[in-house]
Design a binder for this molecule. Sequence first.
Ligand code: GTP
Ligand code: MG
Length: 365
Amino acid sequence: TVDVFEGMTLLEFSKRTGESLAVLQSILLNVGETVGSEFDAISIDVAELLAMEIGINVKRQHTTEGSQILPRPPVVTVMGHVDHGKTSLLDALRNTSVAAKEAGGITQHVGAFVVGMPDSGPSITFLDTPGHAAFSEMRARGAAVTDIVVLVVAADDGVMPQTLEAIAHARSANVPIVVAINKCDKPGANPERVKNQLAAEGIELEDIGGNVQVVEVSAMKSTGLDKLEEALLLEAVDMDLKARVEGPAQAYVVEARLDKGRGPLATIIVKAGTLVSGHHVVIGSQWGRLRAIRDMAGKQTDRATPAMPVEIEGLKGLPMAGDDVIVVESEERAKMLSEGRKRKYERDRLLKAEEARVAEAEKKE
Ligand code: GTP
Ligand code: MG
């Protein structure tokens, strides 16, 4: 894998990849890009396209040189066993009632919400994940894109299989956990038992001298919510979260769906830069022009800044959850990159299938 960045020269690219200038020039000719000499700068998109054509993986490096780096809100993912009250807890934090409207009372997708803190303090971006056993992949993704995991454990039910799974995801993503022991209003609630169970799993709760904060809450009675918010903001302050605000946006897809009237829609969270309506984007191997950007309340907005979840409209195809969103300068670039990536994904897929076939054949011998 080689690093590519905006404004690198063709010569630099040639040196990094070990590909001859002649070959690179002929690829450029083929895709209709003109580069006068090897000392001319190429854009990051052209660099990625070249790399794909010669079969090299790239990592796009965005320089933050000269741009302002400012504090950003934390992204917090709520995880835990099915029915332990994750959606209810978010509802209580936002004064809404999503949980009651869910089919069968079970969350089946990843939802994104912004919760404003009292006294116009910093906001927190929350991701809600399903607790049902079938949705392990969504939990893994949720843990991978978040700053903090809120582990919800029902006080009457205790540590269960998907509690353990959530802990494992948080650990493998190296994300700190804040424990919320929920349903403390219930007669059968036993928070101490939950704490002991978590301690037995190696969670170093602060009650016993560790650094994992634990808060007792009731989503139903709306108790302990201020303590939970406090704990999250404290955790976030320790992490000193910052992002570049100006310049082209980078974002990732939380979920995508097809709407009958509006076409492919994606919920994305901005990582850096500012997403602006009208810009051209490439998402995985899909592309589009941002026809509309809506905040999580459905209100149209013309821009989105770091940690903001928004829904975007105007994509030509359906991207996948977890895909990166990048902004490119024109429709031509967007199409070019999207086509290049499609070809690369297809090559990678065939290569993998071939490897699997060979491995299978060797096993038989
Ligand atoms: P999945 O997303 O399907 O994993 O469930 P969830 O963790 O989001 O649980 P949800 O918020 O849907 O709540 C499950 C049930 O627990 C609902 O019937 C809630 O009313 C109830 N519940 C949630 N929080 C509390 C609480 O603090 N106290 C009591 N008594 N019940 C609660
Ligand atoms: Mg839920």
